[in-house]
Each structure stands twice: as structure tokens, then as C-alpha cells.
Ligand binder design. Structure first.
Ligand code: BEZ
Length: 221
């Protein structure tokens, strides 16, 4: 298992876009690495459609995507046509590579195999993992869902927006935060530092304790 803050393992694998050396693939970008249980399954087909729809806008902002499962590359390539058809995607190049982990080496290394998950061809399959890796190659976020339950890709996009703003500025984003909304100033800045750092203004929200930790500022650029 990789824990938050650790350098993400550098692996080599075949994909729908050829041989991938993962650290070279990231090369100074952010990366959202997704895993899905199996090609030609209904929930995964909906998820890949959602991922493909959000990928071009993220790429323009320096965020690459890649996906992985234990199916061979030939299967991924055929499945991509189903993903396009079911989700009404255009016919241009599929916006991210789908990696093959037939030997399940990565699935095991990254803790993505759940013994209770359904098996495909009598072999264990990957659960629905999300890893967000920073340009410094370190793991910034991970999520693990079972095969039964499709992920919310609007939430993954929201998380990515939060990671981008909080990596650049000393802010944190609250529950249900959406891009463009106010952020909280990190609690460990003094009031003077906060005012210097956020010229758009810092609003203190009074609470019974009298402690001034609820300080909002417009989302910094
Ligand atoms: C799916 O539809 O993606 C799925 C169905 C059963 C097990 C795992 C995945």
C-alpha cells in the first residue's frame, strides 16, 4: 500500500497508448490514476464515460489521467468503442491510456485486490481505486470503492480542484466546496500573515469559543 505523501511506485506496463513508464508519463503534471474491476462491465462503462468527458479540461490544467485493470490491452481497445457508443463520446482519440495489469502485480502492490470482489475468469479483479499523484510524484489522495458501487466523477473533479488550489495557496476547502467559492485560511497563519497573503480580504466568522479559526477569503487565483 502507498500512503499519503509517499512517492508513488514507478511501474512499467503496456497500455492502449503503448508502453508506459509511469514516472515519465506524469512528467511534471498531476495525475489521476483510476482502477476498475473489468472491461465490458456495466458500471465500469459508465465510469469510463464520465472520466473521458472530464479528461480534456483537466489536461488543459496540467492534470493527466490514466486507468488500469487486469484485462489485456486488446480487450481495452475493443471496450473503448463500447464506452464511446454508450456514453455518446466523439470519435477522436480516447483521452487517456488504459493500462493492462494482467499479472496483477500492481493490483497487489497498490492494495487494490479485495478477496470478496467478484472474480473474472476465476481470477481476482481490481477494486475501484483512485490515486491522485502530484507533480512531485507523491501520493496526494487515495480512495477505494468496491466493484458494486460506481464512483461520483463530479466529486473526483471537485477534489482535484481543491488539490490544485490548496497546493498553491495556504487555504483549505470546506465540505461541499466548489471551484470559485470562498476558502478557509489555514489555521496556523497569524492574522497579520493572513491579511498580507490574501489582499482580497479575510473575514473572521465569530463563534462562542472566541477562537478566530474560521477565516474565509475569496478563492485565490
Ligand atoms: C461493473 O458493472 O462494473 C461490475 C459488475 C460486477 C462486478 C464488478 C464490476
Amino acid at each position: 500500500m502507498v500512503v499519503l505523501g509517499e512517492v508513488f511506485p514507478n511501474f512499467e506496463a503496456e497500455s492502449t497508448e503503448g508502453h508506459i513508464r509511469f514516472h515519465d508519463f506524469i512528467r511534471g503534471s498531476w495525475c489521476i490514476l483510476l482502477a476498475h474491476p473489468s472491461d465490458f462491465t456495466p458500471v465500469c462503462t459508465t465510469e469510463m464515460g464520465a472520466a473521458a468527458k472530464m479528461a480534456p479540461a483537466l489536461l488543459r490544467r496540467g492534470v493527466k489521467m490514466a486507468c488500469i485493470s487486469c484485462d489485456p490491452v486488446s480487450s481495452h481497445k475493443t471496450w473503448i468503442e463500447d464506452i464511446r457508443a454508450y456514453n455518446g463520446l466523439g470519435s477522436g482519440p480516447f483521452p487517456f491510456p488504459i493500462i493492462s495489469d494482467e499479472e496483477r502485480q500492481l493490483a497487489k502492490k497498490l492494495g487494490m485486490i479485495d478477496p470478496d470482489e467478484p472474480r473474472f475468469d476465476n481470477k481476482p479483479a481490481t477494486a475501484r481505486a483512485v490515486f491522485i499523484i502530484g507533480p512531485d510524484l507523491r501520493l496526494k489522495l487515495s480512495m477505494l470503492y468496491p466493484g458494486t458501487t460506481g464512483r461520483n466523477f463530479a466529486e473526483i473533479q471537485r477534489i482535484m480542484e481543491s488539490l490544485l488550489v490548496t497546493a498553491k495557496h495556504k487555504v483549505v476547502t470546506p465540505e461541499q466546496w466548489q471551484v470559485g467559492e470562498k476558502c478557509f485560511v489555514v489555521p496556523f497563519l497569524s492574522m497579520e500573515e493572513a491579511k498580507d497573503m490574501f489582499p482580497a480580504g479575510v473575514q473572521v466568522h465569530p463563534v462562542p469559543s472566541g477562537k478566530q479559526y474560521l477565516r474565509t477569503t475569496p478563492m485565490p487565483n
